[in-house]
Ligand binder design. Structure first.
Ligand SMILES: [Ca+2]
Ligand SMILES: [Ca+2]
Ligand SMILES: [Ca+2]
Length: 249
């Protein structure tokens, strides 16, 4: 073989041995992730129907011009609504970045698609946080699974401001739905003095509202107020009647 041919062979071997981290389809920097926050569920007990709220959390280390997240759910749940929450896309909006967002739900196949396009090209800032929420109807107790998938040719993908398009890592969510305990205002799984504190903070100290007001309406008059605090304290400390499945919402 001529010397010039050997040079080409060595160039080829060198190129093949190079890492391809910077190639077009690779996620630049730290891997971007999509994951789900803690499930908040309310199920009075079968056969009555309940509700669940699941936060959608995204980490991206470079600003994004485009994101598309395609999700599939399996289990005794049905998607009621899904939306981009106040937060990261809104942050873009307040910085004069126009964000066009859509969420599609296909209840028959159990599919949800979040899409956001940020214009102009300075994109959605890098960071981590909740970008949306999914609300489900809960039909029964049991295992539910929330994972990524493709909807025909549409799969989850991100594009950064340098026009790198890549697939984010999706951390799936397995959750077991159990009946809710009336009076478990903070959804810790049990009713105790922490629920009284949570309720007092909410009613009188501008604390966060319970995810489900039904759990705080322990006297079942469809309103959450100081009478529920009295009822709950009476149950916990004076042997009063059990909290009831509430009707406030
Ligand atoms: Ca990254
Ligand atoms: Ca509790
Ligand atoms: Ca009440």
């Amino acid at each position: 073989m001529k010397t010039r041919n050997w040079i080409w062979v060595w160039i080829l071997i060198f190129l093949l041995s190079c890492p391809f981290e910077e190639s077009f389809s690779q996620d630049p920097g730290i891997p971007d992730t999509v994951r789900f926050g803690e499930w908040s569920t309310y199920l009075p007990g079968p056969p009555s129907q309940g509700k669940a709220i699941v936060p959608l959390i995204v980490f991206n280390d470079y600003p994004l011009c485009f994101l598309q997240i395609v999700l599939k759910y399996i289990g005794p749940i049905e998607c009621d609504t899904a939306y981009f929450a106040q937060g990261r896309p809104d942050v873009c909006y307040s910085k004069d970045v126009y964000v066009d967002t859509t969420v599609s739900v296909d209840g028959i196949d159990g599919l949800i698609v979040f899409s956001a396009i940020a214009l102009p090209r300075n994109g959605m800032p890098s960071g981590v946080g909740e970008i949306g929420r999914i609300h489900f109807h809960v039909q029964d107790t049991g295992s539910v699974e929330l994972d990524t998938t493709c909807w025909g040719p549409i799969c989850s993908s991100f594009m950064d401001t340098a026009a790198y398009t890549y697939v984010p890592k999706v951390v799936d969510s397995d959750h077991y739905i159990v009946p809710s305990v009336p009076g478990d205002v903070n959804q810790s799984g049990e009713v105790n003095s922490a629920d009284v504190v949570f309720l007092i903070d909410y009613l009188f100290k501008q604390g966060p509202p319970p995810d489900f007001l039904e759990l705080a309406d322990v006297n079942k008059d469809c309103i959450v107020n100081s009478a529920d605090v009295v009822y709950l304290m009476n149950y916990l400390f004076k042997g009063g009647p059990c909290p009831k499945p509430g009707c406030a919402s």
